[in-house]
Design a protein around this ligand. Structure first.
Ligand SMILES: *Cc1c(COP(=O)(O)O)cnc(C)c1O
Length: 398
């Protein structure tokens, strides 16, 4: 059969057609009134998308750029910081903090595990200047307890910055950014926002702005105070990724439509969409006798599935691509060959979800040489979908 190229990777994700069209026809210069109006509208909408009253900044870089900014702006060399890690993206925090001369206290949970609040409680002291963690660890498919850790940090006072890499967490996880007291939360354009890579964004608390007055780590392009000043005038400090702003505006309009004109409701709908796709996928994997890589706290952003015994997950990734045009992700680093990852964040619908599970049945049959009972994964996913619909119907009638 024909094979359409489809991304099932946790970034980049499938592009929203309306965003692609908006980009393709865009040619405003950034120091003009029309662009300033677009820029300001996007920043206002982004607050609603993140669910915060804090300042939001959007920079031209990948997610790691704003992760770096979260270290360089909030720390001075020698500062004690606590890094909570359970995967490749957690390790990025460790490496970034070291690169800026922080004294890094590391708490590591095994790959696939979620970070235990009790363990963090033992490691955390109020002298820690900043805590760095992920909301969802995209390398393992685990979700971390941001709310619990935020409570712990905030109970200690205002001297510890709480920084959340929510690059795959935003649009897939319910956060109360201001209520929980998150100082810097980070997202990226190529994840739940359904547009190409190239923009990263963050919301910055008043506490974090105050911290920046005294921190001494070197920074230039990623000086958030400079961006804040420029943003107040409807501009960015340097040339913004103009066409990506046009795409972002279209994506935010789409999310607003998902909420019948209310962007906050649209954000909730986008999160629920990812949750349901993830639940269908987990049920499908289990029905085929597969194990999840992060079973204790699976994220809605993606599902990481262990490769069956004796099968390199690279074969699964290859078979998905060659037979079905579907791009799923292999494991990263030490996890390469052991798992494959299917994304749910952003522009995925019912047919995408059922389709990838149906393909998985064929892929498994091919790579293991043992026939899979066709329909097993699809049937399990259908049941999750039907149950969800019945519940939604009941709550509408109630
Ligand atoms: C995608 C991702 C990043 C950022 O990666 P970039 O390639 O720099 O955009 C960071 N953290 C997590 C959890 C991610 O999923």
């Amino acid at each position: 059969m024909l094979r359409k190229n489809r991304l099932f990777t946790p970034g980049p994700t499938p592009l929203l057609p309306a965003a692609q069209t908006a980009m393709a026809s865009f040619s405003l210069h950034h120091r003009t009134g029309d662009f300033r109006a677009l820029f300001t509208r996007v920043l206002t909408d982004m607050k609603e998308f993140i669910g915060t009253k804090n300042d939001v900044l959007v920079l031209a870089c990948s997610g790691t750029g704003v992760m770096e900014a979260a270290v360089s702006n909030l720390t001075s060399p020698g500062d004690k910081v606590l890094v909570l890690t359970a995967g490749k993206f957690g390790e990025r925090w460790r490496d970034l903090a070291k690169a800026f001369g922080c004294s890094v206290e590391l708490f590591s949970a095994p790959y696939g595990a979620t970070i235990s609040l009790d363990d963090v409680r033992r490691k955390f002291t109020p002298e820690v200047r900043a805590v760095y963690m992920q909301a969802t660890e995209s390398s393992t498919g685990a979700r971390h307890d941001v709310e619990g850790i935020a409570k712990l940090v905030r109970a200690a006072g205002d001297e510890t910055m709480l920084v959340i890499d929510a690059i795959t967490g935003l649009g897939t996880t319910h956060f109360n950014v201001d209520g929980w007291g998150i100082d810097l939360i980070i997202g990226g354009s190529q994840k739940a926002l359904m547009i190409p890579p190239g923009l990263a964004y963050c919301a910055v608390s008043e506490r974090a702005w105050k911290r920046m007055e005294s921190t001494k780590s070197p920074r230039y392009y990623f000086d958030l105070r400079k961006e804040r000043k420029a943003a107040a005038k409807g501009e960015s400090a340097y040339t913004p990724a103009t066409s990506l702003f046009a795409a972002l505006a279209a994506a935010l309009d789409y999310v607003r439509q998902m909420g019948d004109g209310d962007l906050a409701a649209g954000r909730e709908a986008l999160i629920n969409n990812a949750e349901l796709a993830a639940e269908m996928t987990r049920a499908g994997a289990h029905a085929l006798g597969l194990q999840l890589f992060a079973p204790s706290a699976p994220a809605a952003a993606l599902t990481a599935i262990q490769s069956p015994a004796g099968v390199d997950s690279g074969q699964i990734v290859k078979e998905f691509r060659e037979s079905f045009g579907a791009v799923v992700a292999n494991g990263q680093g030490e996890m390469k060959g052991k798992l494959f990852r299917i994304a749910h964040l952003g522009y995925y619908d019912y047919l995408d979800t059922i389709g990838i599970l149906a393909a998985l049945e064929h892929v498994l049959t091919t790579v293991t040489g043992k026939p899979v009972p066709y329909g097993a994964a699809v049937r399990a996913a259908q049941e999750v979908y039907a149950k969800h619909n019945a519940q939604t119907q009941e709550s509408v009638e109630a």
